[in-house]
Design a protein around this ligand. Structure first.
Ligand code: HEC
Length: 111
């Protein structure tokens, strides 16, 4: 009986040690030196030349996924601006595609 309990002693001891080790504070390593410079901040303006042909393709492919393809000349520039604010994120276009699509639609918008 006593012998049986003694056999468990190392296990209890190890378990206690495990709890102690896992609960002890971990130190945050400090960065002593940087091996490279941090990346430059991304500019909010992107430098891409609007391409109407690319815009037309993106428009035809991406803007007909949820509804019929609207005619660009159905709305004037101002109306398109507010529609595109909603539809471009819906179509999940990236910022380059956005430039092309906007250019294509606005170039063909109603006057
Ligand atoms: C994820 C689905 C989806 C995609 C992709 C999408 N649209 Fe739409 N669109 C809608 C829904 C839904 C409506 C109905 C109006 C609303 O809910 O705002 C709508 C309405 C419109 C309207 C009518 C707006 C009005 O005021 O009558 C136009 C124009 C339009 N979309 C243009 C576009 C263009 C351009 C694109 C591509 C850049 C596009 N949509 C991509 C879902 C989508």
């Amino acid at each position: 009986m006593i012998y049986q309990n003694l056999k468990k002693l190392p296990i209890i001891f190890l378990f206690g040690l495990l709890v102690f080790v896992s609960c002890s504070k971990k130190t945050i390593p400090t960065i002593t030196e940087r091996s490279s410079d941090p990346p430059p901040p991304v500019s909010p303006v992107i430098n891409v030349k609007p391409d109407l042909d690319a815009g037309k393709t993106i428009f035809a492919n991406q803007c007909s996924r949820c509804h019929g393809l609207p005619e660009p000349n159905k709305y004037n520039t101002q109306r398109w601006e507010s529609i595109l604010k909603i539809m471009i994120p819906r179509a999940r276009l990236d910022r380059v595609q956005e430039v092309h699509v906007k250019a294509y639609i606005l170039a063909n918008a109603a006057k």
